[in-house]
Design a protein around this ligand. Structure first.
Ligand code: WT7
Length: 657
């Protein structure tokens, strides 16, 4: 620990906070797929050859490719000339191998209803729905929009599209009618698949009603297929709207998979932009499936015969696309899929699910982990979590204390943690430990995976061998986005123009003296205090390090003397009292932990933080609050009431003299 800036002059200054090391436990290592460096060595010798071997080993191809990678910067094609069918790789081949009775999903609805879906069941349903889509006029190259809760029909609809070579565009069920309409119009989808509603925190939340509003403004939609989930009343438009349960059981379960080009568009997924037009991120078939299958197998050390894997994300985000649907199914894994929230009916729902299904691998987000910290250790303690052997984290930097809490209270001190850095745009995990091979440090995503090339650079684009800067990717990778739908220039401009010849998607990063990568969050969130560029995550982690703090978000607010002053929004663990004294104590704590420059000027206690629907803290809104401005766009906010409450408290908060 040090109380000084380690390297002044860095693009982003960093503080050395964490020096705990966790080598892979011996018994984990013994059983793991990768205990040494052989994959890294192979990929270092020939990264294209390495990916080609993965593509050949992990997938079934109908026709071989002639070129591994065609790189016309910034446009990549992988496995050019190769043909495969994604749904065949996820379903038919497992059934053909005798695994038809194997469970693909242990599905659990929020009200407690369950379904057990085998690979044979899934194949049957996918074929039927593919035939339904065909009857509705969907052809190779078309787009289908999907707006469903976390029910089995969601992966079924996605795989049916893949079977036909139609691209799906899944819109998260929490999005409004307007967002849905924008995305449908951008994709010019022919069919929309939705449900009457879904269950969330004990209530039936309508989807069809929002879909109706959206479809009033989407001329391309010819049909709406509706799944009955909640049983709530819906309005069905004659000729346009059709019930899933009328169509699917009546459709034929014969639908041979046709070979698709490796570069066939598999899906569009819109990144949660704030004000600008949504960006339809394009992912294609062969390269994408290769990298998601590879990362799902090796990052999660998957033993498909024995593991019960649970990615607790929503399929509406890329995490669910890659690590609930395509990766696990390509690998023939058994997964848990859960419809609802972690606090219904009690705050131990996750731990109850893990105990009942004997989950061995859990993949969740730091925002969830910090919420569990806030709720207290008595919740997981009520359950037997001894089946767990590996834990994963994704979505945001994980604070070292949240990492330690996850390790101790969920992992029982025995499970390695894989902190996985990636993005909607990268399609698959890029920077992460391999759990049997990598010594981890709490808060670090460790190293780029085999076959991936990353570099941290300074403002001028010069590589930084140790210290803070901007994370860039220097070589194409198989699951990389192929562009922004309908806008190749915006693609080049957004990702390939800041640093010559490099992909840059906006994250700050520090490399330490041992070459570990520490993600620092979005560079838009970096603060400037008396000329020091300080990343929000390091101050937040210092706050979360205090025993009473569950979660913290810091922002830089205009300050006449220092340029920006640090304003901290802090959520306490259950049972602790907010007050001026604790505020002072926290400011001192940050100061001793990482240095006086990083000491917050103001500490505001709050019960909740404003988050996007995918759980990321919206610092932009907190900056508005801290600077007393009117709120900017709040449409992507999960719960708008949270900001009003924070604003009320902010006006009452004391500041440093
Ligand atoms: C952004 C991408 C990747 C699937 C879910 C989010 C942040 C993601 C980590 C991590 C630090 C992370 C980055 C990234 N992020 N994982 N392990 N450590 N930051 O996908 O919505 O496209 O967001 O999430 O800022 O750029 P997304």
């Amino acid at each position: 620990m040090t109380d000084e800036v380690t390297r002044s002059g860095d693009a982003i200054e960093t503080y050395s906070l964490e020096d705990r090391h966790f080598p892979p436990p011996d018994d984990f290592k013994e059983r793991s797929l990768v205990a040494g460096t052989f994959l890294y060595d192979e990929a270092d010798r020939d990264f294209e050859g390495f990916w080609a071997r993965q593509a050949a080993d992990l997938l079934d191809w109908r026709e071989d490719w002639h070129t591994i990678c065609e790189w016309d910067r910034p446009f990549a094609k992988w496995f050019v000339g190769g043909k495969l069918n994604v749904s065949e790789n996820c379903l038919d081949r497992h059934v053909a191998n005798g695994d038809g009775d194997k469970v693909a999903y242990h599905w659990e609805g929020e009200p407690g209803d369950t379904r057990t879906i085998t690979y044979a069941d899934l194949l049957d349903e996918v074929c039927r729905f593919a035939n339904v889509l065909k009857d509705l006029g969907v052809e190779r190259g078309d787009r289908v929009n999907i707006y469903l809760p976390m029910i089995p029909e969601l992966p079924v609809a996605m795989l049916a599209c893949a079977r036909l070579g139609a691209a799906h565009s899944v819109v998260f069920g929490g999005f409004s009618a307007d967002s849905l309409a924008d995305r449908i119009n951008d994709a010019e989808a022919k069919v929309l698949v939705t449900a009457d509603g879904g269950h969330r925190r004990g209530a039936a939340v309508g989807l069809k009603a929002a879909a109706d509003v959206a479809v009033a403004d989407t001329p391309s939609i010819e049909h709406v297929v509706v799944v009955r989930r909640t049983g709530q009343d819906v309005h069905m438009v004659e000729g346009r709207d059709l019930w899933w349960h009328d169509l699917v059981p009546a459709a034929s379960s014969e639908c041979p998979a046709e070979p698709m080009d490796a570069e066939q568009l598999l899906y569009l997924l819109y990144t949660s932009g704030t004000t600008a037009r949504p960006k339809g991120i394009m992912h294609t078939s062969g390269g994408y499936l290769t990298q998601v299958a590879f990362t799902h197998r090796y990052v999660f050390d998957l033993h498909p015969e024995t593991d019960v894997y649970w990615c607790a994300a929503d399929i509406g985000w890329v995490t669910g696309h890659s690590y609930i649907v395509y990766g696990p199914l390509a690998n023939g894994a058994t997964s848990v899929m859960y419809e609802g929230t972690p606090d219904h009916p009690g705050k131990d729902r996750f731990w109850d699910i893990i105990e009942r299904y004997r989950v061995t691998i859990l993949y969740t987000a730091p925002t969830a982990i910090r919420t569990f910290m806030k709720w207290g250790t008595q919740e997981p303690e009520r359950h037997d979590l001894s089946s767990l052997r590996l834990l994963g984290s994704v979505g945001e930097p994980i604070n070292p204390e949240a990492w330690m809490w996850y390790h101790e209270h969920i992992g029982g001190g025995r499970c390695p943690i894989v902190d996985t850095w990636w993005q909607t745009e990268t399609g698959a995990i890029m920077i992460s430990p391999l759990p049997g091979a990598t010594t981890t440090k709490p808060g670090s995503a460790t190293f780029p995976l085999p076959g991936i090339a990353a570099e941290v650079v300074d403002d001028a684009g010069k590589p930084v061998s140790s210290g803070g800067g901007y994370l860039t990717l220097t070589r194409p990778w198989p699951a990389m986005l192929r562009g922004i739908y309908g806008d190749p220039e915006r693609y080049t401009e957004t990702y390939w123009s800041r640093f010559e010849g490099r992909y840059f998607a906006g994250d700050g990063c520090r490399v330490d003296d041992e070459g570990y990568y520490w993600l620092l969050g979005r560079v838009d969130d970096v603060m400037n205090v008396s000329g020091h560029r300080v990343s929000t995550i390091e101050v937040e982690s210092a706050l979360v390090d205090h025993t009473k703090v569950a979660e913290a978000a810091v922002v830089g607010a205009k300050d006449e003397t220092t340029g920006q002053g640090i304003v901290a929004f802090v959520t306490l663990k259950a049972g602790n009292e907010a007050g001026d004294e604790l505020g002072q104590e926290l400011r001192r704590h940050v100061s001793t932990k990482i240095g006086p420059t990083a000491r917050p000027k103001t500490v505001i206690f709050t019960d909740d933080l404003p988050k996007t629907r995918s759980g990321k803290i919206m610092r932009r809104l907190l900056r508005d609050v801290a600077e007393g401005r009117d709120l900017g766009d709040t449409t992507t906010l999960a719960d708008p009431a949270v900001v009003e409450e924070i604003r009320r408290r902010a006006t009452a908060a004391p500041t440093e003299d």
